[in-house]
Write a protein that binds this ligand. Structure first.
Ligand code: NAI
Length: 415
């Protein structure tokens, strides 16, 4: 078996972390058990490009138990958990991922998983799909899945200009994904990453959240809960208004730049913090990114402007500007929750990765009938995932009476 990981000797540690995550993923566990019996992916090859974490490892095991041949590479060079990669290799699943790998090796790994000629690809940021449309147009998978907002935006752009040549399930569109993973997962793990990198006290400090989408709401809410004064920067008037009515101060990036102690970008856009904002920031301001790519903070400009650049802690670098102000950047501007912490808790990835597993099954069932395009999983699958999760949280679910069903379906009664 071919693979490329940091150190196979780390497997025992990785296996323990995978088992712990698995215990906190009851929905995926239920699907895995059904997959084991029904073998919906029998004989299919799945190539996944996801963050190599303990939660992803549990998804890989579920797909394998469903009959698939699975291979995994990283969707970000800094998020790989080397011990988990080793444990998966011990399980017989080839992994191509080394934490801190350079760009060249990162793409070698992407090509290595595509060399298996997959029937299904799984992306977190559309890297595999992009290569399927550039260097590997010879490959013909039946379909693909996409985990994150940024990837879905790219896929819609490809569908829009007629480039997309395969059906792709936008897993991020599932309610049981973006309402929980993006919001509660990013909210909590982003704080975790910032604190592990800096250990600053958030109470009483000003946290600027740039982007008030699903993720930004979660980040703002958790920063607020830890006693920070939260400032939101938005370009969408409705979302900006929502942030104002949620109780946060809403400012332009220029105005927010001069008051923030900690900045978190989570827009999916580029250079949302740039030169003009660096000019206004306070000495000691901390900059972190939770958006998918490392382009939200214009790091090249900061590097060019810095008279000095030095590490001050693990995952925290200081840039000393010409005027002596020091700006600190967490985790090289990459996803702070995955680079400086462990990413989302398993409890929330339980739902995202259940949606991924169901998306793979849905693609196999629809093989041949699905035209190229971006698809959302049927709502009843969301209901199924939510129902199992709620039951595990000890929640009770009310059921409509027949009278209520009939009432909701008519326009004649009730005046
Ligand atoms: P979203 O589309 O719901 O929200 C993004 C928000 O940013 C929008 O309200 C948009 O108007 C705003 N925005 C865009 N440009 C802006 C600018 N220049 N200044 C201020 N606001 C701006 O997207 P979502 O789901 O919140 O995802 C955001 C990013 O986070 C994406 O890149 C996504 O892939 C990534 N993500 C990261 C996760 C993590 O683990 N760190 C988990 C899930 C998503």
């Amino acid at each position: 078996m071919e693979y490329d990981i940091a150190d196979l000797d780390l497997a025992a540690v990785g296996a323990r972390r995978m088992a712990w995550a698995g215990r906190r993923m009851p929905v995926l566990g239920t699907i895995r058990e059904r997959f084991r019996q029904e073998q919906p992916l029998a004989g299919r090859r799945v190539a996944a490009c996801l963050h190599v974490t303990a939660e992803t490892a549990n998804l890989m095991l579920a797909l394998r138990d469903g009959g698939a041949d699975v291979v995994l590479c990283a969707s970000n060079p800094l998020s790989t958990q080397d011990d988990v990669a080793a444990a998966l290799v011990e399980e017989g699943i080839p992994v191509f991922a080394v934490r801190g790998e350079d760009n060249e090796r990162y793409y070698q790994h992407i090509h290595a998983v595509l060399d298996t000629k997959p029937d299904i690809t799984m992306d977190d940021g559309a890297d595999l799909v992009t290569v399927l449309h550039t260097d590997r147009t010879d490959l013909e998978p039946i379909g693909s899945t996409e985990e994150t907002t940024t990837g879905v935006i790219r896929l819609r752009a490809m569908a829009g200009d007629g480039t997309l040549r395969l059906p792709v399930v936008a897993v991020n569109d599932s309610a049981t994904k973006h309402l929980f993973d993006n919001r509660y997962g990013t909210g909590q793990s982003c704080m975790d990453g910032i604190l592990r990198a800096s250990n600053v006290l958030l109470a009483g400090s000003t946290v600027v959240v740039v982007g008030y989408g699903d993720c930004g709401r979660g980040v703002a809410d958790r920063a607020d809960g830890m006693g920070a004064k939260v400032v939101v920067v938005e370009v969408d008037a409705v979302r900006a208004l929502e942030a104002a009515m949620d109780g946060y101060q809403v400012l332009t990036a220029d105005d927010a730049a001069s008051v923030g102690d900690v900045f978190v970008t989570v827009t999916g856009n580029k250079h949302v913090l740039r030169d003009r904002h660096f000019d206004r920031m306070k000495d000691g301001a901390i900059l972190a990114n939770a958006g998918h790519f490392d382009v939200e903070i214009d790091l090249p400009v900061l590097v060019a402007r810095a008279a000095e650049r030095r590490p001050v802690r693990e995952n925290l670098e200081e840039f000393v500007l010409e005027d002596g102000r020091r700006l600190l950047v967490a985790a090289e501007g990459r996803l702070v929750n995955l680079s400086a912490a462990e990413g989302h808790p398993a409890d929330v990835m339980d739902m995202s990765f259940s949606d991924q597993a169901l998306a793979a099954e849905w693609l196999v069932k629809g093989a041949g009938d699905l035209k190229p395009g971006v698809y959302t999983l049927p709502g009843e699958l969301d209901q199924e995932v939510a129902r199992i999760k709620l039951a595990h949280l000890g929640g009770g679910l009310e059921v409509l009476t027949e009278e209520q069903v009939a009432y909701l379906a008519t326009w004649k009664e009730g005046t």
